[in-house]
Design a protein around this ligand. Structure first.
Ligand code: GDP
Ligand code: MG
Length: 180
């Protein structure tokens, strides 16, 4: 990705996955370092912005797009994905159905959105709620899905305990910035 200017580069990154997997919590944790227990449904589409220092000459305005999560097969996702530079796809380690539906989300993304050069939008699979003991998904299942659906990688995270959140963002931004 060639820098637009010496200063800010705007990146659009969409966050997707089923309802209650932790999308809003992930964004709030990364952008504000806050975490709230208790579920508050996201209505419509929301945005958060975080400025990150990329190098001495370049900073990035990372725009994180949040969505309720019920929209997977609705036409709204096409508009939501439009112009995306990258994607985080979350599922809940304590709910195996959300992993199965992660495959459907990835298919929806790849069918509706491409980078300008036609390649798939780089998408990082995030297995959230690693703090919970009632795990329903094995590492093998995650790895298999990651390979089969051509994710750029997968990470286990706990938004609650702030494990692997910033690292995951850094990993995806590195991949986005490495693309020309
Ligand atoms: P969204 O519908 O995908 O936006 O999910 P939310 O971010 O609203 O989170 C749904 C519920 O999961 C909330 O009650 C959160 O407090 C909880 N949650 C989010 N992340 C974690 C986590 O890492 N661990 C645990 N135990 N709960 C989490
Ligand atoms: Mg939400």
């Amino acid at each position: 990705r060639a820098p637009d200017t010496l200063d800010d580069q705007l990146l659009k990154v969409v966050v997707i996955g089923d309802v209650t997997v932790g999308k809003t919590s992930f964004i709030q944790r990364y952008v504000n370092n806050t975490y709230k227990e208790g579920y508050k449904a996201t209505i419509g589409v929301d945005f958060s912005l975080k400025q990150i220092r990329w190098s001495n000459t370049c900073s990035i305005k990372l725009q994180l797009w949040d969505i309720a999560g019920q929209e997977r097969f609705a036409s709204i996702t096409r508009a939501y994905y439009r112009g995306a530079d990258g994607c985080f796809l979350l599922f809940d380690l304590s709910n195996s159905a959300t992993l199965r539906r992660a495959a459907r989300w990835k298919e929806d993304l790849d069918a509706k959105c491409r980078l300008p050069d036609g390649s798939p939008v780089p998408c990082l699979l995030l297995a959230n709620k690693s703090d919970l003991r009632q795990r329903q998904v094995t590492k093998e299942e995650i790895r298999d899905l990651c390979q089969k659906y051509a994710f750029v990688g997968c990470r286990e995270v706990s938004v609650k305990d702030n494990i692997n959140v910033a690292e995951s963002v850094r990993f995806l931004v590195d991949i986005i910035m490495g693309q020309s």
